[in-house]
Design a protein around this ligand. Structure first.
Ligand SMILES: Cc1cc2nc3c(=O)[nH]c(=O)nc-3n(C[C@H](O)[C@H](O)[C@H](O)COP(=O)(O)O)c2cc1C
Length: 193
């Protein structure tokens, strides 16, 4: 049951020196491929990194998170840049009418950087992490990295930006789940007052 997998999940940052079988990797990627996206645009690329040297370099671009270098697999979730001329500004102005003037005034590069739909890749990555869990493979999300440097290491075209790194591998040690807020602190029914 998915809920049982989630109850026992924790971020894994120490990995066995054991490769993830190709068949399982294919299933992880398939989980990403099947994920929903706004307008079914599927605005992503999934970078599969297993080369030890490249993993080390990516770890170096993650502000000293050396533990990443011990993982056998990184999946780099990359999001496609939404171009202004596709009407993205108009959509954001409709979502946030109080800020319409400021949105109009924003310089194109800044607008592009702030309007990245990073949330879209999170769904695909979450599905991958769940399938991994089903196979006893642990993972940790990593958002804290130098985006430009990782893009260069991956030789990404300037149409895509790396949004998250999913670090994957078989756990080297057991850990415990981090505490969570109680459900009653998190939910409301009908209205929030
Ligand atoms: C969007 C996101 C970004 C994260 N970035 C990092 C990161 O850069 N480095 C890291 O060690 N953990 C990172 N984490 C893992 C969180 O620290 C972890 O999920 C949280 O502390 C809860 O612990 P748990 O995953 O063991 O339940 C990130 C998690 C999420 C969801």
């Amino acid at each position: 049951m998915i809920i049982e997998l989630l109850r026992n999940r924790y971020s894994v940052r120490k990995f066995q020196d054991k490769k993830i079988p190709d068949e399982i990797l294919r299933n992880l990627l398939e989980a990403g491929r099947l994920s929903p996206s706004g307008g079914n645009e599927q605005p992503w690329l999934f970078g599969v990194v297993t080369d030890g040297d490249l993993i080390k370099e990516i770890a170096g671009a993650a502000y000293g998170q050396e533990w990443i270098a011990g993982a056998p697999l990184l999946i780099i979730l990359c999001i496609r840049i939404i171009e202004d001329d596709r009407g993205a500004r108009e959509i954001q102005k409709k979502r946030f009418p109080d800020h319409a003037d400021a949105i109009d005034a924003m310089d194109k590069d800044l607008y592009t950087a702030l309007n990245l739909e990073e949330h879209q890749t999170k769904i695909a990555g979450a599905h991958m992490a769940l399938v991994a869990l089903e196979h006893g493979i642990g993972s940790t999300w990593v958002s804290h990295f130098e985006v430009k440097k990782v893009a260069e290491l991956l030789k990404l075209s300037n149409q895509y930006v790396p949004s998250e790194i999913l670090v994957l591998g078989y756990p080297a040690e057991e850990s415990t789940c981090a505490p969570r807020k109680e459900l009653q602190e998190l939910i409301f029914y009908d209205t929030a007052d």
